[in-house]
Design a protein around this ligand. Structure first.
Ligand SMILES: [Zn+2]
Length: 218
């Protein structure tokens, strides 16, 4: 059993210094029901544990999963390093372009497929491509202008479908799946780019969501 070296940070936290990972925080949390491990590319590794569980048990738990933690940390740090970064100017250019094209395109799609929404806003965040509020307002991420049109249309169709179904349940996916198929047919008919592999019998929504995962929000 290795020792928990390092100082007692607060009454509720001890640090275990791991040779490869560095500081691993063993943190007692009154709200924890069981021991759990969080891995973050910048904040590092935190073992969260119920108040009455001894630190040694938290450390044993961490050590039993150390290989997994190392792998997860390396993967996350690799992703962080390969994430593209953009300057303020580039963001402002995307914002101008997004304001010029996205609201009009959303209105077109809503008109084509019979949706009525409230307001549309252009946002910049790293958590979602778009969102739809309970009041029927739609937010679109300015990163959408970096996508091929069939993919930015896909995100907008996804948000429009939320006007009828707030969750991601079967009814939502049935509606979105039908619209994706119809819309790719429409784009192909208009001579616009569609993803390779789209055609009769393909699950168009799955194809589009797989394509979307290749892009990162910047
Ligand atoms: Zn959604």
């Amino acid at each position: 059993m290795p020792e928990i070296s390092g100082k007692l940070r607060a009454m509720r936290e001890k640090i275990y210094d791991d040779a490869d990972i560095g500081a691993v925080r063993l943190r007692k949390n009154p709200r924890s029901r069981r021991i759990s491990i969080r891995v973050h590319p910048i904040r590092g590794v935190t073992v969260s544990m119920p108040y009455l569980v001894p630190y040694a048990a938290g450390l044993r738990f961490f050590l039993s999963r150390r290989e997994w933690v190392l792998g997860a940390l390396e993967r996350q740090r690799g992703q962080l390093a390969s994430a593209p970064s953009v300057s303020e100017e580039e963001v402002e250019m995307m914002r101008r372009q997004a304001k010029a094209v996205l609201p009009g395109r959303l209105a077109e799609l809503a008109g084509m497929y019979g949706f009525v929404y409230g307001q549309v806003r252009i946002k910049h965040n790293s958590s979602n491509w778009g969102s739809c509020s309970a009041r029927g307002n739609i937010n679109l991420n300015l990163n959408l202008v970096r996508l091929p049109r069939y993919l930015s249309d896909y995100v907008m169709l996804h948000e429009l479908c939320h006007l009828r179904h707030a969750d991601h349940g079967p009814a939502f996916h049935a509606l979105l799946g039908t619209l994706c198929w119809r819309h790719l047919e429409y784009l192909a008919g208009a001579g616009e780019e569609v993803p390779a592999g789209a055609g009769a019998g393909t699950d168009c929504e799955r194809l589009l969501s797989a394509e979307l995962r290749r892009f990162r929000l910047v």
